[in-house]
Design a protein around this ligand. Structure first.
Ligand code: HEM
Length: 136
């Protein structure tokens, strides 16, 4: 959700005249926020390009600024489906990996494609039923 957010753009419009970093933004300005940039900024996260999920569990060493990572937006219009989405991800991933072996196939460089949400391109997988099932 930090390195490959599916919603990397947020479109906003300010309700009052304001300014940001010295740039005037009159009421009604159309704003396009690039959410990935702060989430991968070295000032916000130690080794920002590394997939290191334990940083969220163990207490991070170095920079760790959760408010720089807002994959569901923030404020009064924060995504109301956030909890459902996080639950669905866990259920989907645990169901898939419990029942199937998933392997990368080929050496294609995987790209990302923006089509309303981000999706992988050229990601080829071989998915086969697991030989043995773990405990229920
Ligand atoms: C990985 C899954 C999802 C991501 C990354 C995501 C992300 C977002 C983001 C970034 C926004 C804009 C927030 C803002 O303007 O500050 C948003 C808005 C919204 N999302 Fe999601 N969302 C996800 C899943 C869902 C689900 C499962 C639902 C409903 C079941 C949902 C319903 C909505 C609605 C209704 C809004 C508009 C809220 C408003 O404008 O007041 N989203 N979402």
């Amino acid at each position: 959700m930090r390195l490959r957010p599916v919603a990397p753009l947020i479109f906003l419009e300010n309700k009052v005249d304001t300014s940001l970093a010295g740039v005037a933004m009159p009421k009604g300005t159309s704003l396009l926020l690039l959410m990935r940039r702060p989430a991968t900024h070295a000032g916000a996260f130690d080794a920002p390009e590394e997939f290191r999920p334990r940083r969220w569990l163990d207490g991070a060493t170095g920079a760790h600024e959760p408010s720089a990572n807002l994959p569901f937006g923030s404020g009064p219009r924060i995504c109301p489906g956030r909890s459902l989405a996080l639950l669905e991800m866990r259920v989907a991933l645990s169901s898939i990996f419990k029942a199937f072996d998933v392997q990368r196939v080929g050496a294609d460089v995987v790209w990302e494609r923006f089509s309303f949400t981000m999706e992988p391109a050229r990601l080829r997988l071989r998915i086969s039923a697991r030989g043995t099932r773990g405990p229920a």
